[in-house]
Write a protein that binds this ligand. Sequence first.
Ligand SMILES: Cc1cc2nc3c(=O)[nH]c(=O)nc-3n(C[C@H](O)[C@H](O)[C@H](O)COP(=O)(O)O)c2cc1C
Length: 181
Amino acid sequence: MKILALSGSLNPQSTTKRAVKIVIAAAKKQGAEVELFDFRENPLPMFDTRSDESTYPETVQLFKQKMLEADGYILGSPEYHGSVSGVLKNALDFIGARELEGKPAALVATAGGALGAINTLNTLMIICRTLHAWALPMMVSVPQSYMAFHADGTLKNPKLQQRLEELGVKLVDTVKIMRKK
Ligand SMILES: Cc1cc2nc3c(=O)[nH]c(=O)nc-3n(C[C@H](O)[C@H](O)[C@H](O)COP(=O)(O)O)c2cc1C
């Protein structure tokens, strides 16, 4: 089972990536092969609707291939102005239902505010639906992300840590169920 993880922040100290890594570790524990497609190491150009997509840089073809091959996804985004970050949205603009149809996605988002990243999670859920992917009903928002983590990358709130781990387990379980059909 292959799972591809995306994190929509280019901040070198990204809290979103830290949250995504907790989900990754939990999914790996369940036996899944999980890869993080890192947009800092593999930057994508802006999607520009050109008709010949083969003229985009190789990173685009690599990204699309990995999205196609994955059985499930972990999608992480910081909340930017009440929505999904441009980095993640731009990456998903390269993707269509061909890559995502019928596959589950675990959604994670971080926010600076105490209200958390509910709007970002809801927007991601709509994007998944539009791409015919199945967003897991369990989603995790990390509020006040700037003070949410210990230096070792775990969350200070043990319940939130547990929720992220549970999300990784649920994703693997869901991929297994969906593959049987
Ligand atoms: C351009 C920008 C817009 C932001 N908008 C919001 C927002 O609408 N609501 C919020 O709670 N935090 C907002 N924040 C704070 C980020 O959501 C928060 O710091 C997030 O955890 C950053 O993720 P990162 O550490 O992975 O980069 C914003 C930050 C930036 C840079």
